[in-house]
Write a protein that binds this ligand. Structure first.
Ligand code: E4P
Length: 255
């Protein structure tokens, strides 16, 4: 009798390699799955650095906050406009003030920057009311400053597109940030919630990997952390040897 696992693996392989329209659709589906299940955002308002990293083809969006805006020395609308011009599809733009101010600013930004705009609101009663209102207009909302699964539940009930648990800041306060991500992911899974988990305040590569492992859909990190994702001491060591070998091969062929 044929092992069903092997049979199914063979079928999958056949569909993947086959050149029919069906095979093409399967490849598109797999690519789409990878893109939407492991999105990487940069957490910065430094447009020059973002532009450099866009060439990598790995960046799916950007998150900003008022602190990052102050650091950039630019006016927020100018930063957003530059990012839209670069073709970034998803930019978190933080709003503040009372509920009416937030909703007015959120609508203005969505109107000005269109599909690229994700409005970032704090996890407060006002922020969540604004979230619900903006979601009715089909505007993406990122509920930020999330530190517990309870807050993530309220954000999901407000139709948030994203919730942003702050891992580093939880760790700073002796609470395991990654465990909070895991709890949110579990509640959302059990209850079939569509809100996506955008793990934020990530300060090292290990936490980035574990955030995905614990159920995050998206991770946002400073460019310096993203750059380190490529790095491994064994890659460098291996590459040095391979490059030397390639040189030897080239010399031998030319002599
Ligand atoms: C996310 O949206 C926040 O901008 C950010 O990740 C906060 O990070 P920090 O805690 O390192 O300031």
């Amino acid at each position: 009798m044929v092992d069903p696992t092997i049979a199914s693996a063979k079928t999958t392989l056949f569909i993947l390699v086959d050149n029919t329209f069906q095979g093409y659709l399967v490849r598109c589906y797999i690519l789409w799955k990878v893109i939407i299940t492991m999105r990487i955002f940069l957490d910065t308002a430094d447009t020059e650095i973002i532009n450099q990293h866009l060439l990598s083809g790995m960046i799916d969006g950007v998150t900003t906050n008022p602190t990052l805006m102050v650091k950039s020395g630019k006016c927020p609308d100018d930063v957003y406009q530059e990012l839209v011009d670069m073709g970034l599809p998803d930019i978190s733009m933080e709003v503040g003030g009372n509920a009416l101010e937030m909703i007015e600013e959120g609508r203005r930004l969505a109107n000005k920057f269109g599909k690229a705009a994700t409005i970032k609101v704090p996890c407060t009663p006002d922020g969540l009311w604004v979230c619900k209102e903006l979601a009715k207009d089909l505007i993406r909302v990122n509920v930020t400053l999330i530190f517990s699964a309870a807050q993530a539940i309220l954000a999901a009930k407000s139709n948030a597109t994203y919730v942003s648990p702050f891992i580093g800041r939880l760790d700073d306060n002796s609470v395991a940030g990654l465990e909070v991500v895991r709890s949110i992911a579990e509640v959302y899974r059990v209850k079939n919630v569509r809100t996506k988990i955008l793990a934020a305040s990530l300060r090292d590569v290990y936490k980035v990997t574990r955030a995905f492992y614990n159920g995050a859909d998206i991770v946002t990190m400073p460019p310096a952390v993203f750059e380190k994702m490529y790095k491994h001491v064994l890659t460098d060591a291996g590459l040095e040897i391979f490059n030397k070998n390639l040189e030897e091969i080239a010399n031998a062929t030319h002599s």
